[in-house]
Design a binder for this molecule. Structure first.
Ligand code: NAD
Length: 367
């Protein structure tokens, strides 16, 4: 048996700082759980631009296609703000998503009890929250043609097109149903079938996929505007939410903020299964490169560590180890460990990025 392979792309800003803490968890899995990864590391974003003049070298792209999973830190920063659009750090990330055809973006919104006070909502509404938003990532209005700005008569007109094929809807629906089976077995599909034809097709296809292969999963439908309202009214009613690229962009950001800090939020982007049955996969924290705190040991590594936990669960079928990591995070937070972004109004002394990583390893050892 060969070891599973991981490509690590730390990127820019706090990316390398948080990734150093993930490395500790990866090493721990090898030492304590007989789960050794073949880890390679490469450049993305501004770091790749500095060396190669492009935000993702072709060799790095080729490596990403070969490995079992890619783990990315963050890209971007003020040093690259004035670069041409075609070589901006974010283009490196977009190239990965596009060429790996990562059509399903998974964003869990999970509220750790110890952080329930950080939410802008009342504690009892968010405590224990555990929902998953599955956003279609490679189609819809961000990609549809025709698009552009042109002149009609004496004024300019901006155009974007919402376009979904049946197969695009079916594959994201399947991802959501499969995921629900590993959770609470419920899917809520959100669109605007009341005003958009693409929404009518979305609802039809999700229903067909459900009837054909997933009738054991509970399915409901909701208009996306009502979904936004329900997310802040009673988010715990949901298990898995599946929606298109545009609504998913907005709803997943809203759901993320239910849980407090950006430094806590992991994500996964998955594509079609490879020959070995594992999906193409990219795991990354939701946050960016945080130039305001780069190099100060202030970054919270938990989002990146929880992204690795998602890799354990969704790429490597090691749900037990994923849960161990999540419980270790829960334990250190319950014990009061806080990086600067998690300091409440009462103050206290924040710990550093590496102290947070060490605390999580200590909690893993103690479990
Ligand atoms: P950001 O997420 O980098 O930072 C927003 C705020 O949250 C900052 O105050 C930052 O200090 C804080 N923060 C973020 N992550 C944190 C962590 N782990 N621990 C503690 N605090 C944290 O967003 P931004 O400031 O809008 O963007 C900065 C750069 O990152 C830009 O160049 C942007 O393009 C890029 N960006 C990259 C990604 C990505 O790589 N996926 C995502 C968003 C933004």
């Amino acid at each position: 048996m060969t070891n599973p392979s991981l490509l690590i792309l730390p990127g820019d800003g706090i990316g390398p700082e948080v990734m150093a803490e993930v490395r500790k968890v990866i090493a721990w899995m090898g030492e304590k759980r007989d789960l050794t990864f073949d880890v390679s590391e490469d450049l993305v974003g501004g770091a790749a631009y500095d060396k190669h003049g492009v935000p993702l070298a072709d060799e790095t792209m080729a490596k990403a296609q070969e490995v079992d999973a890619v783990l990315l830190g963050a890209v971007g920063g003020p040093a690259y703000d004035d670069l041409d659009f075609s070589v901006k750090p974010e283009r490196g990330l977009l190239r990965l998503r596009k060429e790996m055809d990562l059509f399903a973006n998974l964003r869990p919104a999970q509220c750790f009890d110890a952080l329930a006070d950080f939410s802008s909502l009342k504690k009892d509404i968010v405590a224990g929250l555990d929902i998953m938003i599955v956003r279609e990532l490679t189609s819809g209005v961000y990609f549809g043609e025709p698009r552009g700005i042109h002149t009609e008569g004496n004024e300019r007109v901006g155009i974007n097109t919402q376009r979904y094929t049946e197969s695009e809807i079916a594959r994201i629906a399947k991802s959501a149903f499969e995921l629900a089976r590993k959770r609470d077995n419920r899917v809520c599909s959100m669109e605007k079938a009341n005003v958009m034809e693409s929404g009518i097709l979305w609802r039809d296809v999700v229903t067909e996929v459900h009837e054909k292969d997933y009738s054991d999963v509970e399915l409901s439908h909701m208009y996306a505007d009502n979904g936004a309202m329900q997310l802040v009214r009673n988010p715990k009613q949901f298990d898995v939410i599946v929606t298109d690229n545009l609504f998913g962009d907005i709803l997943s950001d809203a759901a993320a903020m239910l849980t407090g800090s950006l430094g806590m939020l992991p994500s996964a982007s998955l594509g079609a299964p490879m020959e070995n049955g594992r999906p193409k996969a990219l795991y990354e924290p939701v946050h960016g490169s945080a130039p305001d705190i780069t190099g100060q040991s202030k970054a919270n590594p938990i989002a990146c560590i929880l992204s690795f936990a998602m890799a354990l669960r969704y790429s490597f079928d090691r749900g037990e180890e994923a849960t161990m990591v999540e419980q270790a995070v829960e334990k250190v937070l319950a014990d009061g460990a806080r990086t600067g972004d998690l300091m409440g109004p009462d103050g206290g002394t924040p710990i550093s990025t590496s102290e947070m990583g060490d605390a999580i390893i200590a909690a893993l050892n103690a479990a």
